[in-house]
Design a protein around this ligand. Structure first.
Ligand code: PMP
Length: 402
């Protein structure tokens, strides 16, 4: 019996997740042979201080009578306060406990914002390329996504302004602008300060709401940057934060910081779907922040990932000819543009099957065909001593196909 005729109309907007298909392929092949994976988007498990977490979790479960009960939907008051302090201390953003809402990772915050703002047919502007899960999630709500190109300084803000003008002159509604200013996934770019300010100015001039995805804000290897929210004096930037990339993706603690008007409605939408984010994990993150442990965890991660990035850059320089790539100042990724005639999905399949090296074809991150020859390489989760070997094999395949 099939029930698909009973699915909601929204299911028409659902596309199969290209990443999920790839992950199943990688795990099937890993069962029979060694795979070097550049396909992740996660921290190195050896950098995550699990023993420290275990001690803290033991304590909170013992001490906090309600650690295994629901918390308020918007998060534990104490964690919301800690996050508001964190936003000031690390981001130079003044917010308050009441404007912070704890979510199940940044992913849930992105989904809830889509649910709140997007009606089918609404236009949303984002970088091209952009984070594939936001693309898939917001298309599910019926968004029409309009991409704006990026260069080494981040999104082309003049191009973005031109797109806004065109859409508004055609009478379209631009509901949101979505950006990943720091450690862009998949482009690896950190937006310059000038562009950050310009983007906030444009938002103000055309009455736009910006969603700033700050997932990689604390993995910066060179320079230091303030988030867009720091420059926003009008409440036009919604900050989506995540502890995933520094403290661990499996903790599933993220948040959004937004004007009360938004927080109140998001709270009402969120409650019926999850009641609250997992309480032991909220307590764990709260203690990590309160006991001043975040700094050392972050410092170690940044040190380790900067070394891995440098190792990958040197290997690329040595073994890969005929491809273009960036040197990321933040985040977890290098975007590699293969020779134009190479299809990145075919390349990724061949690389996995022939050489046991996994990469992510970047095509699904693009809103047009311009990414058909690009692949995304992750340098944080792969073992240090496998980087050179993996890149060498990648270089061999590039040569074979050139
Ligand atoms: N935004 C971006 C750009 C990401 O790369 C990710 C993780 N891949 C997320 C948000 C969400 O991460 P999480 O839900 O674990 O916070």
């Amino acid at each position: 019996m099939s029930v698909s005729h009973k699915f909601s109309y929204r299911v028409n907007f659902v596309k199969p997740s290209p990443i999920r298909t790839l992950v199943s392929k990688i795990s099937a092949i890993s069962a029979t042979r060694k795979v070097i994976s550049f396909a992740a988007g996660e921290p190195d498990p050896n950098v995550i201080p699990r023993d420290l977490y275990s001690t803290i979790l033991g304590k909170v479960l013992h001490e906090e009578t309600k650690s295994c009960n629901y918390s308020p939907t918007e998060g534990l008051p104490s964690l919301r306060r800690s996050i508001a302090d964190f936003m000031w201390r690390y981001e130079g953003v003044k917010t308050s406990e009441d404007n912070v809402l704890v979510t199940v990772g940044g992913s849930q915050a992105i989904d809830l914002l889509g649910k709140l703002f997007i009606d089918p047919g609404d236009h949303v502007i984002l970088e091209n390329p952009s984070y594939v899960n936001t693309i898939v999630d917001w298309e599910f709500y019926g968004a029409r996504l309009v991409g704006v190109g990026v260069d080494g300084e981040g999104v082309d803000t003049h191009g973005l302004e031109a797109v806004v003008k065109r859409l508004l002159s055609e009478g379209r509604k631009v509901k949101l602008v979505y950006t990943i200013p720091t450690g862009h996934n998949p482009a690896g770019i950190v937006m310059s300060e000038e562009r950050r300010k310009h983007l906030v100015e444009i938002a103000s001039r055309y009455d736009l709401l910006v969603v700033e995805d700050a997932a990689y804000n604390h993995l910066v290897y060179e320079g230091s940057y303030k988030p867009l929210s720091h420059y926003d004096k009008e409440g036009r930037v919604v900050y989506v934060g995540s502890f995933s990339k520094v403290l661990g993706t499996g903790l599933r603690i993220g948040w959004l910081s937004a004007p009360s008007e938004i927080v109140e409605v998001v709270k009402a939408i969120k409650g019926p779907s999850d009641m609250c984010a997992p309480v032991p994990m909220q307590l764990l993150v709260d203690r990590v922040l309160r006991e001043g442990l975040y700094d050392q965890i972050k410092r170690r991660a940044v040190q380790e990932y900067a070394r891995k990035r440098d190792t990958m850059m040197s290997a690329l320089d040595e073994y890969v000819q005929g491809a273009a790539y960036n040197r990321p100042r933040g985040g977890m990724f290098i975007l590699l543009k293969l020779p134009a005639r190479v299809d990145s999905e075919v390349f990724a399949d061949m690389l996995l099957e022939k050489y046991g090296v996994a990469v992510v074809p970047a095509k699904p991150f693009y809103l047009d065909d311009s990414g058909r020859s690009s692949i995304r390489l992750n340098f944080t989760m792969v073992e240090m001593d496998e980087i050179e070997e993996g890149i060498k094999k990648l270089g061999l395949l590039v040569r074979e196909l050139s």
